[in-house]
Design a protein around this ligand. Sequence first.
Ligand code: 6R9
Length: 645
Amino acid sequence: MTDLFPVPPEWAARARIDAAHYADLYARSLDDAHAFWLEQAERLDWIEKPTRTNESSFAEAEFGVKWFADGRLNVTANCIDRHLAERGDATAILWEPDDPAEQPRRFTYAELHAEVCRFANVLKAEGVRKGDRVTIYLPMIPEAAFALLACARIGAIHSVVFAGFSPEALAGRIEDCDSTVVITADYGRRGGRKIPLKANVDKAAAHHCPSIAKIIVVKATGDAVDMRDGRDIWYHDAAALFSTDCPAEPMAAEDPLFILYTSGSTGKPKGVLHTSGGYLLWASLTHETVFDYRPGQVYWCAADVGWVTGHSYIVYGPLANGATTLMFEGVPNWPDASRIWQVVDRHQVEILYTAPTALRALMKEGDDFVARTSRKSLRLLGTVGEPINPEAWRWYHDVVGEGRCPIVDTWWQTETGGHMITPLPGATALKPGSATAPFFGVEPKLLDPEGRELTGAAEGNLVIARSWPGQMRTVWGDHERFFQTYFTTYPGYYTTGDGARRDEDGYWWITGRVDDVINVSGHRMGTAEVESALVLHPKVAEAAVVGFPHDIKGQGIYAYVTLNAGEEPDEDLRKTLVAWVREEIGPIATPDAIQFAPGLPKTRSGKIMRRILRKIAENELGALGDTSTLADPSVVDDLVAHRVG
Ligand code: 6R9
């Protein structure tokens, strides 16, 4: 039996949305969708109000997704300008540096307006026009938010690449969307260490992307970097020449806002495209209702702007709602495991949103690091990125929140733009580990492998039966891939790639990916990406990568590697390959285990049987299943005998 945590009485008393209200709104969002969404659209400031809402039907082959298509707006007018009259002096961005000995920085909405306009003017001066792609490779500094918003100000499409990605990975993403301008910093800082971002961009440019015309460099640490005349520009030099006013470009609701690359089942990351109106509405509506955000509260999403969580819930959602959003440059465990809770106290954070992997890592360090801080300001806790195990949920609830704060376990994806299945704190009784119930307009279903709908308590493939405003519109440059990836497995449905269970009370439990995507510390990784990196090494003939359960990371990376004839496996080569993958993709892809395998289990048609590799990595040797269809069943014995770990 799972425990049920009812809505705390003080939440029930002041809830914006209680259980009955949720049920009513949810029903209306599906049954009277057009009127419901026109009403919700009122939360944005439109230059021209939309009269149309959803114009996408999953049933049509090769359809396009469209929402509010006749509306016009500018995203930054919504995130900044419209707050100036009432909240110009309120803090928009509160920045906490990596090193707690340094001072935080604050930017009011009026200051944010000036910073974003000036940045936009610099971009214009460098030739950036509406529709151009700008790659942003920045650490967690305020300029990262300014840069995103500066693009949105002038209608340029930003493509943020997480600052932990390697020059190779960066280059691939720059090339895929043909961006000629890159915004970076001299160095980034995390946990007291420096990351040579400008040098990484130089490498990307030298080896792979001669197309880069301009590199705009923000001075973050002040360390020396090479600057090439005619191509590289110091942001502060350029900014000094420009005014702090820049008109907001009127955009159609369906004009692109950003591209964000994410991993799929095949080797090449997909450029997920989001547009302006529907995305902003979704980010802002979910941010306000799921976190019950009220003006004046300090809200902290401890993600990185390099991921979708940072886009929707550090920048766009909170700023659209006039919130004070905290940006944290550092890491949870430096200088010590108290850091998160100290930041909560320092800034009197009321709402904290983080990932299960961070919680598990901190939990391991013991309760003392938490207990020595106050945390009295906290009212609501949130998680995202992967299923949260009930043990970590309880620790978050009991130790961090001292039993007083509801937890919103929000299931969603880069593709969905914002929350999809999540509790609402004033409406939903919680079960540890369950993402609970669908958000407005979201119609989840469970299908069996043949595509038949499962009803009642059941477990199966999680699909969504109709479009919602925050849905991705296409894969950049490859609409066919968009269609193939998400709409052909189960025609008429959006395929999430996740498995889920619906229990007897109708609660939703996400069970994890059902495809070749693994979730390492909340970061999405395609096993095929790691395999592609490994086979690039001259000594490697073949590689197969699977996930395995990992105490802290959720899933770890287990790589089976077959060497070219004549190559000898040894510890040095193992280390070399680990370093190689870090170089090729970035530290988040570091293999946890490498097993040298003389052969991989393949069917007669040459398909690698990953099921078997997964079971060996998971150490479930009794559950290998039928191996008789393998071309050479004896390879399995060797794999089992030399299992790593
Ligand atoms: C927002 C984000 C998406 C994948 C998704 C699922 C997993 C995210 C989750 C969760 C269980 C949750 N996921 N939130 N699983 N419970 N609350 O993380 O986007 O990086 O695209 O990852 O993450 O497997 O399919 P993204």
